[in-house]
Design a protein around this ligand. Sequence first.
Ligand code: LR7
Ligand code: MN
Length: 589
Amino acid sequence: SMLLLLLQLVRSPSLYLRHPDVLIPLKSRHSNQEEYIDRHGIHVVVGHYLGDDKPGAPGPNLTEELLNTNGFSPHPKAGAMGAPVQLGSWEGARMQLLYHINKFNLLASDRIPLNRTLPDVRKKQCQQLDFKVSTLPTSSVIIVFHNEAWSTLLRTVHSVINRSPRELLAEIILVDDSSQREFLKRPLEEHVASLPVPVRIIRSVTRTGLVRARLLGAQQARGQVLTFLDAHCEVTTGWLEPLLSPIAEDKTRVVCPIIDIIHEDTFQYVRSFELHWGAFNWNLHFRWFTLGSQQVDVRRSNITQAYKTPAMAGGLFSIDRNYFYSLGSYDNSMDIWGGENLEMSFRVWMCGGSIEIAPCSHVGHVFRKSSPYTFPGEGGVGGVLYRNLARVALVWLDDWSNFYFRMNADANKERKSVSVADRRQLRDRLNCKSFQWYLENVWPQHFFPMPDSFFGKIRHEKQAKCIQQPITGSSSQPTGPAILQDCVIEFYQPQSFVFNKKGFIMTDESVCLDVPESRTVPNPQVRLMACNEYDRQKWTYDEDTRHIVHVLSGKCLDIAGVAHPTALTLNPCEDIPSQRWTFKHDDWT
Ligand code: LR7
Ligand code: MN
């Protein structure tokens, strides 16, 4: 169904990470997978995909008995040092069957010991840091789960116990969001009772969603800092100190680790590159980006220091407990999954704090292509997610909420069913800054419309057509040749562009009008490419001649000619109809 597809779009790590335009293939050590470095510098592993997640595909027969069986049967060497698990060819059928329970390779996970070893993936400079543990605050680690697998849940717990200084670990709090599995009841209680760190289990009687589950955990926490983790993580050596140390200096810093990838098919631990940061697209879906070359230069002198990020992924972070509450904890009207990460990111930044990433802290997370659990509530996945996002927009986005609702019919449908008066009051009480301030100061590279920038369609006068992005369907960054198409009267995302004060003509997903070959080819192709802040992406508009001038080459935007009626190129500027463009403003406020 559409909803399943939609959920996959939101969640898919390959969408977060895969950008077919710039990929550096790596030689893979394993025949069943490809590896490459994507344009964000992130090491991506694409494994043989086990799942049959085609929308509408019939589910396999998962019996109650199968669901309630704890199949954990470790082999002492499986997955050691983060290696991928090798399963026997005869195990294929069972592997396929079990995959559907958690939407990851449960058979592989169940083979890895709870105390699996991992390499120390930190940079040398990080390993050499000498944290004074006595100066750091203690932390409670809070893990919420719904129907999580035994092996992933307890590997999360064991890795925390094995790799955190005992003095800093106040306790581990497991919040069971109304799981139905037998092995997560008495057997879980008995298992954690024998662990050398207090592990408390809190159970929600009804399915409450991850926000309210985290709030249940936070309420009980005794540590000075709250550290949240998803229930399918593995922390690595030295993970905790770099999260706590910025908070020791300043309680308004909210600190995230680098999130490494535990491969959903092989459970291989894949280190992701540092220096990526988080933001979001026009649909308020979380996205990763990389630091620009200038920022990388600045950081080269001190690569161990936490750096600021406009938004966080949501699942893995540390926050001072008192600060968490003084800032309004979470929006407890948010259901099941989604939106709370941006809500907290906006709230922290706009109300005086900061979100940061500590490059010396590495935590692995099992990224999945689809969700294993149900979304109870009106409208299923879409209803739940877009009610949460409508709340985010109505509370934090100011005029941009209109932009968001015009771009997102699904969220607009939910708009009337949510009431956010209490969160608006919180925002007033905390005296928070505006969303405009956030865009300008926290995320200057953003691609949202601004009061002083153009937003709308770019029209070729003679042809009466508009510039449009290629519709690629598969990539989160729709890049490729820019084309001319019939102008759509309505609000239409592929024809919507921001022309900002810096001279960039940009659109959703950080895509910019670009001419990579402007100085090497006489009639270069005009393309839509990942924004990179280079001069070759700068343009000016001359109101008199109606020329759109490419700054680096001094040439004018033109149509490629009769043979290629929809293609664009650059030509020496002339007063001719084919070089005349007009801007058709869209009112987004
Ligand atoms: O109803 C629910 N009750 C729960 O307790 C639904 C979920 N949960 C639990 C669940 O068992 C898991 O432990 O909540 C946790 C997060 O759910 P996931 O693992 O299904 O979420 P995710 O990893 O797909 O999604 C990311 O975005 C979410 C938005 O609501 C949360 O913020 C997740 O914590 C977050 N995960 C991360 O940030 C890990 C890195 C992913 C990236 C990028
Ligand atoms: Mn997760």
